[in-house]
Design a protein around this ligand. Sequence first.
Ligand code: PYL
Length: 279
Amino acid sequence: MTRLKTVDIAGLDSMLSLYEAELIAKTGDDLIGLACRAADISKGHFQKRVNALSIGLIPITSGQGIIIGFCDAVASILSHVGGKIFVTQKPDVGGWAESFERGADIVMMADDDRFVALNMTHRLVVDNAAATGRAFATGLNMMAGNLEDCAVLVIGCGPVGTSAVETLIRIGARVTIYDIHPSRCRDLKDRVNTPLKSAIRLADDPEPALTENKFILDASPAENIIKVDHITPETYISAPGIPLGLSEAARLKVSNRLLHDPLQLGVVTMLAMAVKHLP
Ligand code: PYL
């Protein structure tokens, strides 16, 4: 998983309204709408439960340590969609103690390997990678109109790509997967939990796959893997991968038929998945 840098999330809070207006223009719905569709819950269920929730964000110092602005960026996204959000004064154990003292219903934190939302009352764990894969696959489906029976290329067979493939198969898309490490493609196909896994095609060369597929989900950290010649007027790209895998010319050519953000869609979808089973 690529580690975000402070520069990736700088100004995210002040740009949220503009970001959401662009999301509505691309997909027809806002952050809550897309996240609820990705989590398969109603907006009413989400808003009724989220408004009653207290959510604690705990900075974590393990591994490469704290990313300046990370917890504040997550807090600004969550505040944008509802709920009582706080970032703990202390990191790690002190943050856990504060979350309990302040009665947090959900606690969120990230180390170098995982970013999770923990539902304290129902002992549920929601992983950002799983939520992000669902969100960006759902967003691609919304941008494109309907991906049922459509060919979709997924680049990157890690946790985000795996979740995206499962979501796309549930939607009824015909999925081709590519990863720079072929074994990861085979592992994904073995790991994907769907009876339709046999329908997944494996690409060993990205070039023909990028030329043949008009619908692309890039869940890889590869830079400049999607080039201007791969873009047609019918191309739609959903790109949870960081950094963005399009060349500058490709990004300009695909115009607004591109979904990409460092945190927004995955964080709101985590929250939707965390409240899904609340009574
Ligand atoms: C969750 C993000 C999305 C993309 N990459 C993931 C990442 O950067 N993970 C590392 C997060 C570290 C956070 C740090 C802190 O500030 O608490 N431990």
